[in-house]
Design a protein around this ligand. Structure first.
Ligand code: KIV
Length: 289
């Protein structure tokens, strides 16, 4: 069992330390995470930021997409992540319909993330059309991240999980959205699956906004990956952009198969895997039952 408390190995990241990394040209590392033990390991490894993404609908809950994920589920997972990574900058991902209906809904749900799950920031999907929500949340004092390019909550409208902004017109709309989101007060923008040159243009034009890339190339201030894609833990597909840093899925499957074989073959458990009682006590027990 892991211990409940994590040794404090670094100071907690803040907006100031993240902007300092950008000023020092040190790329920011960002990963998704949904549970306590993984958060513990990510903090130990020195990951700068964690996204408790609504991708948990797919990676953890097994849905086809992210739409069924609720605010309550997001809060529960984010609380677990916070317990595992007390010094990491944690971003709560606003789930479907937690911000789309109105500015007020958006502020209330962003507030729940901050108050109930101790988030450092929230993220929401959408471009120019979501700028009033971003402005409202920022005015409520909550650090806010925009997410454009491929936005999984609108995957039906976008025609599937595909690169966004390959044509000049669409690329211009993404660039315009990035500018509008920055002007609405977001301190960071995530670009998901846009061409590298579009990411480069947005990064070069950003004034006071950190640009992060997910499958959008190296010309951003940092990188985000989905943890389950990095370690072979999502069985349905692996996006082309995701590098596998280790095949944990394969290791776990091998271990599980061995367990089945050892149980059925009577080689598990061994003496060290169970408990006995003193012979005397056993005799007494037999006499009284
Ligand atoms: O939910 C999530 O993990 C995300 C990423 C796909 C960026 O929003």
């Amino acid at each position: 069992m892991m211990t409940e408390t994590v040794p404090v190995e670094r100071k907690k990241h803040t907006l100031t330390t993240l902007f300092k990394k950008v000023a020092d040209h040190i790329p920011i590392s960002w990963l998704t995470c949904y549970d306590y033990p993984t958060a513990y390991l990510q903090e130990k490894a020195g990951i700068d930021m964690i996204l408790v993404g609504d991708s948990l609908g797919m990676t953890i809950l097994g849905y086809e997409g992210t739409l069924p994920v609720t605010m309550d589920a997001m809060i529960l997972h984010t609380q677990a992540v916070r317990r595992g990574a007390p010094n990491t900058f944690i971003v709560g991902d606003m789930p479907y319909m937690s911000y789309q209906p109105s500015v007020e809904t958006a502020i209330r749900n962003a507030g729940r993330f901050m108050a109930e799950a101790s988030c450092d920031a929230i993220k929401l999907e959408g471009g120019i059309e979501m700028c009033d929500r971003i402005r409202g949340i920022v005015q409520a004092g909550i650090p806010t991240i925009g997410h454009i390019g491929l936005t999984p909550q609108s995957v039906a409208a976008l025609g599937g999980f595909r690169v966004q902004g390959k044509g000049a017109e669409q690329a211009k709309r993404i660039i315009d959205s990035a500018r509008a989101i920055e002007e609405a007060g977001a301190f960071m923008i995530l670009l998901e699956m846009v061409p590298d040159v579009v990411c480069k243009l947005i990064t070069e034009r950003a004034r006071n906004c950190i640009i992060m890339s997910l499958g959008s190339g190296p010309n951003a201030h940092g990188q985000l990956l989905i943890y389950h894609d990095m370690f072979g833990l999502y069985p349905k597909f692996k996006p082309r952009m995701a590098k596998v840093f280790g095949n944990a899925g394969e290791v776990i499957l091998k271990g599980l198969t061995q367990y089945v074989n050892e149980v059925t073959g009577h080689t598990f458990p061994q003496k060290e895997n169970y408990f006995t009682m003193p012979e005397e006590e056993y005799k007494k027990l037999l006499a009284i039952i």
